[in-house]
Ligand binder design. Structure first.
Ligand SMILES: *Cc1c(COP(=O)(O)O)cnc(C)c1O
Length: 392
């Protein structure tokens, strides 16, 4: 099946649910067993091709509907859900690491993932080394006998460097190291981590999968080899997600393809327009031919989402406020992946250690929503006029 078709059909079983198109929302904690024998057999493995509902937190048809869709789209073995994307990253890391282990973490990781490394993981005896996202196979030089996990995120948070995922995976395999990748930027629709050899993928479903800024959820997916370890970590940490949120996520998946096509075209059009502006020093978007990550992106990704960065020539805060405060269509706020356009200033300097961020220009992170491109451009054009007036 083509990806667009999978997005529509994976995880749905209408004819097991009275023909109703969408899966039922099962709100479950206690699950009753009709006999003592059935209760005693609850934890026996399910017959091949079947699944059992034994307790709310252990999985329900509602969680399988969204989990099967994500696993299928990413090319993984199976998917587990968490109440947020950050929880998914935490589950993946904690499931595979123990005291005394060494972790190679990409320098451009999502900020709170770094905080996890510096906090809980450090307290539990895991040492983290941050690596240059563009080092590819040269990562081999950072491997120690205790290195257990290499964590990737491509493109990087805020600065959008593209990683050579297959090269890193090859090195990891040769040293029996587990690769975990945060695949939120591309979503499962534009990048299939398991086709590139990644062992475990992390998805902030909060972003494009939910897609409407109205629920938080994460997903962790593993290949068959690492599935049991991931499942044990997820189970021990007591992770699950609310039934209504899982339903919203599975509903979001059905329109992922059409939404992402529009996020992509609006994002590229905005990036090209911004590139031509005198206020802009550089645009950080791997879909642009002159971007340093463009060749790798073109080789491995099937598209670009709507999230990218722009470095303006250094701006006074008051001028920047004049520009941003008056925007009518671009909201200011954290998270992204909904239908609406967003912008926030990005602070990178303290979030990098392997490759210092020396850019003194003002970094803005844009999320291109689903609005008409001409309206988005007009909104930014008026914003630049306010910036100019405030500088004068
Ligand atoms: C937002 C985000 C997360 C965390 O997702 P939440 O659902 O907000 O916890 C993780 N990784 C990346 C790349 C993100 O952008």
């Amino acid at each position: 099946m083509r990806d667009e078709t999978e997005v529509v059909h994976l995880g749905r079983k209408p004819h097991s649910n009275y023909g109703v198109v969408n899966p039922p929302v099962l709100h479950a904690s206690t699950v009753l067993f009709p006999t003592l024998a059935a209760l005693e057999a609850a934890h026996d493995p399910a017959p091949p091709g079947e699944r059992k509902v034994v307790y709310g937190r252990r999985g329900t048809p509602t969680s399988w509907a969204i989990g099967d869709a994500i696993a299928g789209l990413e090319g993984g073995f199976d998917t587990l859900l968490t109440p947020s994307g950050l929880a998914a990253a935490a589950v993946a890391l904690i499931a595979f690491l123990k005291a005394g282990d060494h972790l190679l973490m990409v320098d451009t990781a999502y900020g709170p993932t770094r905080t996890l490394c510096e906090g809980i993981l450090k307290r539990f005896g895991v040492e983290t080394t941050y690596y240059d996202p563009t080092m590819g196979a040269r990562i081999e030089g950072l491997i120690r006998p205790t290195t257990r996990v290499i964590y990737l995120e491509s493109p990087g948070s805020l600065t959008f460097e593209v990683q050579d995922v297959p090269a890193i995976v090859e090195v990891a395999r040769a040293h029996d190291i587990v690769t975990i990748m945060d695949n939120t930027w591309a979503s499962p629709y534009f990048f299939r981590p398991f086709d590139h050899g990644v062992d475990v993928s992390v998805q902030a479903a909060t972003k494009y999968i939910v897609g409407h800024s109205d629920a938080m959820m994460g997903a962790v997916t593993a290949n068959e080899r690492h599935w049991k370890t991931l499942m044990a970590g997820h189970g021990d940490l007591g992770q699950f997600a609310g039934a209504d949120d899982m339903y919203l996520a599975q509903r979001g998946v059905r329109t992922l393809a059409v939404r992402l096509e529009r996020h992509q075209s609006n994002g590229l059009a905005l990036a090209r327009w911004l590139e031509g502006r005198p206020e802009v020093r550089r645009v950080l978007h791997p879909g642009l031919p002159q971007d340093p990550g463009h060749q790798l992106w073109k080789r491995d990704f099937k598209g670009a989402s709507g999230l990218f960065g722009v470095v303006l020539h250094p701006q006074e805060r008051a001028a920047l406020a004049a520009m941003l405060d008056g925007l009518k269509l671009f909201g200011m706020g954290y998270s992204w992946g909904g239908y609406e356009s967003l912008v926030i200033p990005g602070q990178v300097r303290h979030a990098r250690s392997a490759v210092p961020w020396t850019e003194d220009g003002t970094l803005l992170r844009f999320h291109a929503g689903l609005e008409h491109i001409d309206d988005l451009i007009a909104d930014l054009d008026a914003g630049f006029a306010r910036l100019k007036a405030a500088r004068a």
